[in-house]
Write a protein that binds this ligand. Structure first.
Ligand code: ADP
Length: 337
């Protein structure tokens, strides 16, 4: 459904997007992940025809976005990072305006009402956009992307600036839309793509560094499992016992906590789930554990791990013969190692 081939965008000396290739199949929800400045927006803007590429191709449903921009754009709904809302219009006026702008041929009233129901803005249909909350405005932005019933929907950082409740709602909405559309979700938030996407494409400094099933990326992240555990027991003995537990690679006291407990940072060996051995160690000493919390994995750690993994693959592939132009090994898409 979406095919990006050797896409490059340079701004003077900056290679914002450096020879990126990947595909998205019909009906997939793919996450496009990278730190700020990685080149995500530039790629999305080229894919949606807002920006021309320096070289390379972007195809939607077999149509080249530069050769047949109107045809390609009809197949895409785009929610840019800043939704293009006209704040003085009511939701109704705005969606009708977008309907005309897109030259939509579907039954106007029915189509717009259906969209409003899907994104749950029917109750604010007659209200002026300026007076809506950020969460509702974002929904109106999603509604405009859905006008014309495009096959592909592209979201650029759709949850930035929303509160936690709104974030959950928008993520659920994206998941719902993924049932009937091909979706690309661009974000710098790792848990966001893990929660919503089946596959994750990762870029860093304009280059593709991974293209894997979400579960494979999650496994990699699990390789950095860090827990904060609160334990009631003699500090030094607890540290010694934890350090001696199989699978625990590191332990550090974080400080005194409530109810006479102490918090410890515990890290596991890569790929090891330490919760059970941790339990048995503590139980054997009669030290109650009164809290356990996963510590956030640093996105930078994940990128470093991916880069390392990619380098290894490149080396292995060079020996066996054949990486693609990005140095990303073919077959990674299938998740096979
Ligand atoms: P992301 O969306 O991942 O945060 P961007 O695509 O916005 O990244 O930017 C990628 C790189 O290109 C950054 O280094 C950014 O500073 C640069 N860049 C983006 N747009 C322009 C522009 N119009 N002129 C010059 N440099 C730009």
């Amino acid at each position: 459904m979406i095919k990006i081939e050797n896409l490059v965008k340079t701004y003077g000396d900056i290679r914002a997007v450096d020879n990126i290739s990947f595909e998205v199949n019909e009906g997939e929800i793919v996450g496009f992940l990278g730190p700020n400045g990685a080149g995500k927006s530039t790629t999305m803007n080229m894919l949606t025809g807002y920006l021309s590429s320096t070289s390379g191709k972007a195809m939607i449903d077999g149509i080249d976005i530069l050769e047949q921009p109107l045809e390609a754009k009809k197949r895409i709904g785009f929610l840019p990072e800043q939704p293009p809302l006209y704040l003085d219009m009511t939701v109704e006026e705005y969606l009708n305006f977008i309907y005309d702008l897109k030259g939509c041929k579907l039954n106007r009233k029915r189509h717009l009402l259906e969209i409003c129901e899907v994104v749950r803005i029917t109750d604010v249909y007659k209200r002026i956009i300026r007076n809506l909350s950020k969460g509702y405005r974002q929904r109106v932005g999603i509604a405009q992307a859905l006008v014309g019933n495009p096959k592909v929907i592209i979201f650029d950082e759709p949850t930035v600036g929303l509160d936690p409740k709104q974030i959950v709602e928008i993520r659920n909405l994206i998941r719902t839309l993924g049932k009937n559309h091909t979706v690309i979700l661009s974000t710098h938030i790792l848990p966001e793509v893990s929660a919503v996407c089946e596959r994750i494409v990762v870029i860093n400094k304009g280059r593709l560094i991974a293209n894997e099933k979400t579960e494979d990326i999650s496994r990699l992240v699990d390789g950095f499992r860090r827990l904060c555990v609160k334990i009631v027991g003699p500090k030094d003995e607890v540290v010694a016992a934890l350090k001696a537990t199989q699978g625990i690679s590191y332990c550090e006291v974080l400080g005194e906590r409530e109810a006479g407990s102490t918090a410890y940072l515990v890290e596991s060996d890569p790929g090891v789930d330490i919760r059970k051995p941790l339990f048995f160690t503590l139980a054997s000493h009669n030290w109650p554990m009164i809290g356990e919390e996963a510590m956030g994995t640093n996105l930078e750690d994940v990128f470093l791990a991916l880069l390392e993994k990619n380098d290894e693959r490149k080396k292995r592939a060079a020996n066996a013969g054949g990486t693609n132009a990005n140095g990303v090994v073919r077959g990674v898409v299938t998740g096979k190692k």
